[in-house]
Design a protein around this ligand. Structure first.
Ligand code: PFF
Length: 469
């Protein structure tokens, strides 16, 4: 089928209202990647140097690919499989399939980690009510490990999180996704602002800013991590932005929306880092090493640090609520990618598609939920990618973040850069925007810079054993 450039069927599929796309897409982008991964990666890779490389990666790689995904989605008003098929034919639709498969994998394990926030909001509420004692502080780490190994709790929270996600998706694009992100995103931003404001009153605030914004030393590995992180954090490479783009009005500007989303995502990552770095700089230097060495810091060292801040009793539960909100708006986008295919291509009703796909993803996530100690085989013996990853969760996270997302991004860049004609992409990107003077620059980035940089990442992962998570 030829490219339509129209909005075939968009009425039935739903369309975002004003600001709806930006909030939903920012909701997808802002997630565990910003609040959990970015700060510890920045901390262990020379602070300011990492931030600088990350900003360059967002501008040269993230922004052009995000525009590419949105353009493909909006011009076809279709899910990723159908969108690539309409514009490129049968073979290109494989890129859409890759996206759907990647979404299924990421959602299954992302929801497990997201579920931890439920436990920690509850824990913090109890600590805030009873007071966070020295004895509590002493066993935060062991408590967390014990919690990880509780298979029943892991599965339960994963199930609750999937149910929450499905509960939003079932109401559709406008009444579900848009309505919820319109409330959650400003709430998230307010909580972040509150935390930054409190951080600013402490004496470790300035040292934290210095560490975060004055360049330190960064190696090749750090540069690669920054590039991979830009991808994951902006939700690129699996059709999430493409799917949201398919609900975007043709009256809105693609370049401006993409720039807003990239800007908001980066702002949140930096704000989260300011908060984390302030907390880290507040502890004696010999204890700081723990941070950045471990990805579980968010649930082990952090509670104690939060309770040391002024207003800790309010801040601690608010913080985990914030992380939960951020994760929820991301899982919503992941599930929507899958559901949109069942609705568009199989003609299923939204409610039926949501429940079915939600249950399937829940089932797929159960082995991940059990791979944190409760089941020995899933925790350590399941290791097809050893020594790079071991355990069910780790293996799938490794596969998705290091291979599937970069490959999806690479193919999207080639598709929009080389396969789609400039006349078509120019017309599409100018609709709702007006004359787009940077079209040639955009195409050049998609043709050369993005494929080159992503090929370098893939080469490094395969041949040099770099791991992004
Ligand atoms: N961008 C999300 C984060 O930073 O946590 C993760 C993510 C969501 C990746 C949605 C991919 C996606 F499609």
């Amino acid at each position: 089928m030829a490219a339509t450039g129209g909005s075939g069927g968009s009425k039935a599929r739903g369309t975002f209202g004003k600001m709806g796309f930006i909030l939903a897409a920012a909701g997808s982008a802002v997630g565990l990647g910003n609040l959990w991964k970015f700060p510890y990666m920045a901390h262990r890779n020379g602070g300011g140097a990492f931030v600088l490389v990350y900003l360059v990666a967002v501008l040269l790689l993230g922004l052009p690919i995000m525009m590419a995904e949105i353009t493909v989605g909006r011009s076809t008003a279709s899910n990723p499989v159908r969108a690539f098929r309409r514009l490129g034919g049968k073979w290109w639709s494989l890129v859409g399939w890759l996206g759907i498969g990647t979404g299924f994998i990421i959602l299954s394990y992302y929801s497990v980690v997201a579920g931890w926030t439920i436990e920690y909001v509850g824990k913090c509420l109890a600590w805030s009510a009873q007071g966070f004692t020295k004895a509590d502080a002493a066993k935060v780490g062991s408590d967390f490990m014990a919690f990880l190994a509780r298979g029943d709790k892991q599965v339960l929270y994963h199930g609750i999180f999937m149910a929450l996600t499905a509960g939003v998706i079932i109401f559709g694009v406008k009444k579900g996704i848009e309505a919820v992100t319109k409330v959650l995103m400003p709430a998230l931003f307010l909580i972040l602002l509150l935390l930054v404001a409190v951080a600013a009153t402490t004496s470790s605030f300035l040292p934290a800013l210095e560490r975060l914004f004055l360049p330190g030393k960064i190696g090749a590995r750090g540069i690669l991590e920054a590039v991979g992180q830009a991808f994951f954090s902006l939700s690129l490479g699996m059709g999430a932005m493409l799917t949201y783009g398919s609900y975007m009005s043709r009256k809105e500007s693609v370049p401006r929306s993409a720039a807003m989303v990239c800007g908001l995502d980066t702002l949140v990552a930096l704000m989260a880092s300011v908060i984390m770095f302030t907390i880290i700089m507040g502890v004696p230097p010999d204890q700081r090493g723990k941070f950045g060495a471990s990805s579980v810091i968010l649930f082990t060292t952090l509670p104690e640090m939060l309770y040391n801040l002024p207003l800790g009793r309010i801040l601690a539960p608010s913080f985990y609520l914030l992380v939960g909100f951020a994760a929820l708006t991301s899982t919503i986008s992941l599930l929507e990618v899958l559901v949109s295919w069942f609705i568009d291509d199989l003609g299923w009703k939204r409610s039926f598609a949501t429940v079915t796909v939600g249950l399937a993803t829940f089932a797929m996530g159960v082995p991940s939920a059990l791979s944190f100690g409760s089941n020995e085989f899933l925790t350590s013996r399941f290791a097809p990618l050893a020594p790079k990853a071991s355990g069910f969760f780790d293996t799938f996270d490794y596969l998705a973040a290091n291979f599937l997302l970069p490959i999806g991004g690479l193919l999207t860049a080639i598709f929009v850069g080389w396969y789609l004609s400039s006349a078509f992409t120019k017309k599409e990107v100018e609709e709702g925007h007006g004359p787009f003077r940077l079209h040639l620059l955009w195409k050049t980035l998609l043709r050369f810079v993005c494929p080159g940089a992503i090929a370098w990442i893939l080469y490094s992962v395969v041949f040099q054993g770099v791991k992004f998570n």
